[in-house]
Write a protein that binds this ligand. Structure first.
Ligand SMILES: CC(C)[C@H](C(=O)O)[C@@H](O)C(=O)O
Ligand code: SF4
Length: 447
């Protein structure tokens, strides 16, 4: 009998082009997602070397990180106020035209955050290798795809050769037993996993998430989990394929259609870890212990339950961690022992590739309906992850609920997730964000 394989083994093995004695492997890449920030040098490199993309039809390009999110500033690329952003957006458009790449620009209803539009279009399929010059490419692992972020030189390499040299990874299984308690979601679950593993605990691993709770989650929830695998240090997050995966993909424009569909489904159904598959490490979490979580610090593992208080660095035995906590509290201007619920915020951001899909907007709208943004909150933004999410939300009247409550309803993009566009925090402002990283200065200097 064949040795039992994990999902990771199956994905890796089916893409090996060549393997060196030290394990370094040349992998074939099926799907490449490209955006404006990490691609200009890659295209320039191609040009300088007289090369062109080997399979342009496997590339999907869009603009997300530095696009404005107000209608006024984006009715054309010329209206983007920031010069560098305007140049990068225009350059990508030009590069895609020159190299015959599918591009969803500002005017397209398919424009959005790459990690939202890839799955939404059926561009991410089970069994694929998926790369992008962005660390949160791990998101796509929710579909039983081997997906990871690469650097700009690798963006060029994949464009030119459709291959990538990779070192082997260790494998971790994170199993979530039981059922998620009332008022907790995929985000609380992954923050709990990161708290348990630490921000570096997943380094060198591909993490597969499994167990009854993962099976109960929607595809949106699974994407949230895989999205943040990187915040535990892992480059890859994975979920084995099931009926939900297949249902989500049916009739998506880039998914196999008609007579190809059944054959694809048969193959996808084999993309699960075998029962006795080997993992280098296993973490089991009982879901009933999960509480609504927030971060109080400047690293994604600095998390507490909303019912808790800001922790005291003096209680931390590890001197490195203790120092990190002190520094974070100083930056956040928070005191140990402060109840989390009493922390004043200046802004609210609902969006990002972690939490800007339709399910997230429905959940947020259900909570804010009939209530108003507090007068002490200066700005509250809702930024849909893509043009299609925005359309769907508007068809359901969610935009009206948000606007009535005092939120601004914006156009798709990365927005306040990171300070590469006009949606930023001012120095000293505190923001409650649904995004994935809380690093110092990420949402605006001193914010
Ligand atoms: C700009 C990009 C390289 C970066 C990433 O790789 O993740 C960004 O998307 C982020 O979230 O910090
Ligand atoms: S939404 Fe945030 S985390 Fe996601 S790709 Fe954009 S900047 Fe990175």
């Amino acid at each position: 009998m064949d040795r039992p394989s994990s999902l990771f083994d199956k994905l890796w093995q089916s893409h090996v082009v060549h393997q060196d004695e030290d394990g370094t492997t040349l992998l074939y890449i099926d799907r490449h997602l490209v955006y404006e920030v990490t691609s200009p040098q890659a295209f320039e490199g191609l040009r300088l070397n007289g090369r062109s993309p080997r399979r342009p039809e496997t590339v999907i390009a869009t603009v997300d990180h530095n696009v404005p999110t107000t209608t006024k500033e984006r009715h054309s690329t010329d209206s983007i106020p920031d010069i560098l952003s305007r140049q990068q957006v225009k350059q990508l458009e030009k590069n895609c035209k020159e190299f015959n790449i599918n591009f969803f620009g500002l005017g397209s209803r398919n424009q959005g955050i790459i990690h939202v539009i890839g799955p939404e279009l059926g561009g991410t399929l089970p069994g694929m290798t998926v790369v992008a010059g962005d660390s949160h490419t791990s998101t796509h692992g929710a579909f039983g795809a081997l997906a990871f972020g690469v650097g700009t030189s690798d963006v060029e390499h994949v464009l030119a050769t459709q291959c990538l040299a990779m070192k082997p990874m260790k494998q971790m299984l994170v199993k979530i037993e039981g059922t998620l308690p009332f008022n907790t979601s995929a985000k609380d679950l992954i923050l709990t996993v990161i708290q348990r593993l630490g921000a570096g605990g997943g380094a060198g691993y591909a993490i597969e998430f499994d167990g009854p709770v993962i099976r109960q989650l929607s595809m949106e929830g699974r994407m949230t989990i895989c999205n943040m695998a990187i915040e535990a240090g892992a480059r890859v997050g994975l979920v084995s394929v099931d009926e939900k995966t297949i249902d989500y993909l049916r009739n998506r424009p880039y998914a196999p259609q008609k007579r190809y569909w059944d054959a694809a489904v048969t193959r996808w159904q084999s993309l699960v870890s075998d029962p006795e598959a080997h993992f280098d490490k296993t973490l089991v979490i009982e879901a009933s212990t999960i509480r609504p979580m927030v971060t109080w610090g400047t690293s994604p593992d600095m998390v507490s339950s909303v019912d808790d208080v800001v922790p005291d660095p003096d209680d931390e035995v590890n001197p490195v961690k203790r120092e990190g906590m002190r520094r974070a509290l100083e930056y956040m201007k928070l005191l140990p022992g402060t109840p989390i619920r009493s922390i004043q915020i200046d802004k609210v951001f609902i969006g990002s590739c972690t939490n800007s899909r339709i399910e997230d907007l429905r959940a947020a709208a259900a909570i804010v309906a009939g209530k108003s943004v507090s007068p002490t909150v200066r700005q509250a933004l809702v930024v849909p992850g893509s043009g299609l999410v925005k359309e769907q939300a508007e068809a359901e009247g969610l935009d009206l609920i948000f606007k009535k409550s005092g939120f601004e309803w914006r156009e798709p993009g990365c927005s306040m997730c990171l300070g590469m566009n006009d949606d930023r925090l001012a120095p000293g402002e505190r923001c409650a964000s649904t995004s994935n990283r809380n690093f110092e200065g990420r949402q605006g200097t001193g914010g």
